[in-house]
Write a protein that binds this ligand. Structure first.
Ligand code: BGP
Length: 477
């Protein structure tokens, strides 16, 4: 197959992502500063692969200088991480943990002096455990105000240096796992709570956008705020009306539930009707809807890993089963699809182009970036060459195939400004722990977490430098 060469625009962001809780570890964390994830891990360590949880993670807290050197060596233009809300404050009202705040200061400064632009997210599932216990977490309107107060303190401290802000990473995910599918601690199935958390997080984003815009003159010129969403590009099994309806409703419940309020400032009418029909409409008032209306995001980050394929349900809904959007759809497995068997996700680079066109035509061509995309593979040590370097050609193919779709989108007028690989280093994830490795940089757990660049790190360094890459047919099987 003939190779094709692709040019990358000079100002296109080529970075990598991570989060605070997946890298930092608990060094210096006070016993009262558990996040939801820490609480879950402490209650249920056995559900985390090989018992690895956030306790040490990659030890970024102690090794950030070494890691930032690697970022510099690779030439990352940007690095995205989060501030750990559960560590930033002591009482979750007013008192900042100065030691942790100083560490964030140092990380931001080290990134900037190393030529790596920081992107900061305010919450990557790091809600303080005490706010879950005391107020029921994101189900509470008071928690929205506590989050906004936290955001204000963060903007005050770092707003002079950080240009890219995000309120949440994948705001739909925790409550989908906890309340919709009940597969995460505390395993409470409650679709109405799921929807309330969705709404409260959309409202929290709008309140943070309002705050950020109000403090903007003191912030560095050109700074912006957005949210990182994980809309799943949804394909119907067929053009038949019943399959199309399944895809449309899936899209409403899982994608438009955040895309629309965040970017357009309003919920789709059909979603409002469905929520009312199934008695899961969130508690809200006109004032809240108007805050959402008036405070839409400046730009949006989109995490893209796999497509969602659905078809009309073939089974009868059991009357005693609580309402779940799956009432309207069931998953469809495309015969012959390419899979990442370790993660169980279909690989379909076309989702990048399709999302680009959707944002162009349905969302006013808002500025956006691919905030996460990557490939988690188990037992990567089997791909080491004689020098011990992981030869992750599958990752190079994966990145190239997805970047190609972004370049095609840009050629067709998409407002896509960058690509952030998940992840900079291997790291911990909920339950999968260190099982599937995503990094450009290997973390050698057995060797005191020493770092080693993979082949993909050199590939990424070259494309950042040369602004050019080649693709052939995607060959991962
Ligand atoms: C995204 C999350 C990341 C990361 C990634 C990979 O949804 O934002 O935090 O974990 O998925 O997923 P996993 O680690 O579960 O394979």
């Amino acid at each position: 197959m003939k190779k094709q060469t692709w040019q990358i625009p000079g100002d296109f962001i080529l970075g990598a992502a991570a989060s605070a809780w997946q890298t930092e570890g608990w060094a210096g964390k006070r016993p009262s500063q558990n996040s939801y994830l820490d609480m879950w891990y402490k209650n249920d360590p056995h559900v985390w692969y090989n018992g690895y949880g956030p306790a040490v993670a990659t030890d970024f807290y102690n090794r950030y200088k070494e890691d930032i050197q690697h970022m510099k060596e690779i030439g990352l233009t940007h690095y995205r991480t989060s501030i750990n809300w559960s560590r930033f404050l002591i009482d979750y009202e007013t008192e900042v943990d100065e030691v942790y705040a100083g560490y964030i200061d140092a990380v931001i400064n080290e990134l900037i002096t190393s030529g790596v632009e920081p992107m900061i997210c305010l919450e990557h599932y790091e809600i303080p455990a005490v706010l879950m216990e005391k107020y029921g977490g994101w189900g509470s309107k008071h928690v929205i105000d506590l989050f906004a107060a936290y955001a204000e303190k963060v903007f005050e401290r770092y707003g002079d240096r950080v240009k890219y802000w995000f309120t949440f990473n994948e705001p739909i995910v925790p409550q989908t796992r906890i309340f919709l599918d009940a597969i995460r601690y505390p395993y409470e199935q409650n679709t109405k709570k799921w929807m309330q958390w969705n709404f409260n997080k959309a409202l929290a984003t709008a309140k943070c956008v309002r705050l950020f815009h109000a403090c903007k003159p003191e912030c560095r010129e050109g700074a912006k705020i957005g949210v990182i969403l994980n809309p799943e590009v949804t394909y119907a099994r067929s053009s038949a009306p019943h399959d199309q309806k399944a895809a449309r409703i899936y899209d409403l419940f899982f994608n438009r539930v955040f895309l629309d309020p965040s970017i357009k400032g309003a919920y789709p009418d059909e979603l409002m009707e469905l929520m009312a029909k199934h008695d899961i409409l969130f508690d809200h008032d006109e004032e809240e809807l108007s805050v959402i209306k008036r405070n839409t995001v400046d730009f949006v980050g989109v995490n893209l890993y796999y497509p969602k394929r659905v078809q009309a349900p073939s089974r009868q809904w059991n009357e005693s089963t609580p309402f779940h959007p799956a009432y309207y759809y069931e998953p469809f497995e495309l015969p012959g699809r390419k899979m990442n068997p370790f993660r169980g996700w279909e690989i379909c680079p076309r989702i990048v182009y399709d999302m680009a066109m959707r944002l162009k035509y349905e969302y006013g061509n808002i500025e956006w970036l691919i905030a996460e995309n990557g490939m988690g593979v188990e037992h990567e040590e089997r791909f080491k060459n004689e020098e011990g370097v992981i030869q992750d050609d599958y990752r190079i193919d994966f990145i190239s195939a997805h970047l190609r779709e972004a370049m095609k989108g840009i050629a067709d007028g998409a407002n896509c400004k960058g690509y952030m690989l998940w992840a900079f280093t291997d790291n911990v994830s909920p339950m999968n722990a260190f099982k599937n490795r995503y990094g450009l940089v290997e973390i050698r757990l057995e060797d005191n977490r020493s770092r080693a660049l993979k082949k993909s790190a050199c590939f990424y360094r070259d494309i950042i430098k040369n602004r050019r890459f080649e693709t052939e047919e995607f060959r991962y099987k």
